[in-house]
Design a protein around this ligand. Structure first.
Ligand SMILES: NC(=O)c1ccc[n+]([C@@H]2O[C@H](COP(=O)([O-])OP(=O)(O)OC[C@H]3O[C@@H](n4cnc5c(N)ncnc54)[C@H](OP(=O)(O)O)[C@@H]3O)[C@@H](O)[C@H]2O)c1
Length: 243
C-alpha cells in the first residue's frame, strides 16, 4: 500500500454499505474514491466534511467504461490500493414472471459490471505489484431463496470470480476475497416484506438482521494488513443463517 494515505475505491457509495465503508475508511486515515449513478443528501454531507480526502464521480458500473472511471478517480486520489466492489442491485420477483430484460439487468449490475471494474483496478494494481479486491457478495449465493434467482446466480458468479482471481493475481501481490453478508438494514432490504423479515429472524440463530456497522468492521479487516494471508475466501457474516 502507499506509504502515506492508502486509497480505496468504493463502488456504490451513495448510501447503504458503500457509504458506511467509505466513511469508516475516511475516519481511519484513508483517502476514498467513489462512484454511483446518483448523489444523496448523506453522500453530499460526507463529501462536504472531507473535501480533501473523499472524491466522487457519477458513473454507472453497467453503462460506463470502468477503465476510464478508474483512471479519472486515480487522477484525483492517487493510485488505488483497494477496491471494495460493492455496487449491486436487488429485485425480487418470481422466476417464471421475470422478464428477459430484468434478468440481463441483474447480471449486468451484479456480475458483469463488477467484473469489468475488478479488471480495470487489477491491471493497475498488477503494474504496481500490490492490491486488495473485496467483492461484496450475498448469502443468496450460498443458499436458495425464492424470488431472487438471477441475483443469486450473479452473486455466486462473483464468488467464482473471487476464487479464480485469487489464484491468478496472488503472484502479482493482489489479494481477492468475497464478503458474504446476510440481511442487514439498508434501502435494499427495505423492500423485504414484514412476513419475510420475520422468517429471516426466525431462521437466524442470533435472532435478528445485521447492522451495517457489523458488516463494515469485517470489510475493514479484510482489506487491512491484519488479513494479509487471507485470499480466495468467501467470508460469511450472517448471524448464523447459513450455518
Ligand atoms: N442489504 C443487505 O441485506 C445485503 C445483503 C447481502 C448483500 N448485500 C450486498 O451489499 C452491497 C450493498 O448493498 P446495500 O444494502 O448497501 O444496497 P443499497 O443501499 O441499495 O446501495 C447500493 C449502492 O449501489 C449503487 N449502485 C447500484 N447500481 C449501480 C450501478 N449500476 N452503477 C453504480 N452504482 C450502482 C447505488 O447507488 P445509485 O443507485 O445511486 O447508483 C448505491 O450506492 C450490494 O452488493 C448488495 O448486493 C446487501
Amino acid at each position: 500500500m502507499s506509504a502515506a494515505r492508502p486509497v480505496a475505491l468504493v463502488s456504490g457509495a451513495s448510501r447503504g454499505l458503500g457509504l458506511a465503508v467509505a466513511e469508516h475508511l475516511l475516519d481511519n486515515g484513508w483517502s476514498v474514491a467513489a462512484f454511483s449513478r446518483s448523489r444523496t443528501e448523506e453522500l453530499d454531507k460526507a463529501l462536504d466534511r472531507r473535501p480533501d480526502t473523499f472524491s466522487w464521480v457519477r458513473a454507472d458500473v453497467v453503462a460506463d467504461d470502468m477503465r476510464r472511471t478508474v483512471a479519472l478517480l486515480e487522477e484525483r486520489t492517487g493510485p488505488i490500493d483497494v477496491l471494495v466492489n460493492n455496487a449491486g442491485v436487488l429485485h425480487q420477483e418470481l422466476f417464471l414472471t421475470t422478464s428477459e430484460q430484468r434478468i440481463d439487468e441483474l447480471f449486468a449490475a451484479n456480475l458483469i459490471g463488477p467484473t469489468r471494474l475488478a479488471q480495470a483496478c487489477a491491471r493497475r494494481m498488477a503494474g504496481r505489484g500490490s492490491g486488495v479486491i473485496l467483492n461484496i457478495s450475498s448469502i443468496n449465493a450460498l443458499r436458495g431463496f425464492r424470488g431472487v434467482a438471477p441475483y443469486s446466480a450473479a452473486k455466486a458468479g462473483l464468488d467464482g470470480l473471487t476464487r479464480s482471481l485469487a489464484r491468478e493475481l496472488g503472484p502479482a501481490g493482489i489479494r481477492v476475497n468475497s464478503l458474504v453478508p446476510g440481511y442487514f438494514e439498508t434501502a435494499m432490504t427495505s423492500q423485504v416484506t414484514d412476513q419475510n423479515r420475520d422468517r429471516i429472524k426466525r431462521r437466524t440463530p442470533l435472532g435478528r438482521l445485521g447492522t451495517v456497522d457489523e458488516i463494515v468492521r469485517v470489510a475493514a479487516f479484510l482489506i487491512s494488513q491484519e488479513s494479509a494471508f487471507i485470499t480466495g475466501q468467501t467470508i460469511t457474516v450472517d448471524g448464523g443463517l447459513t450455518s
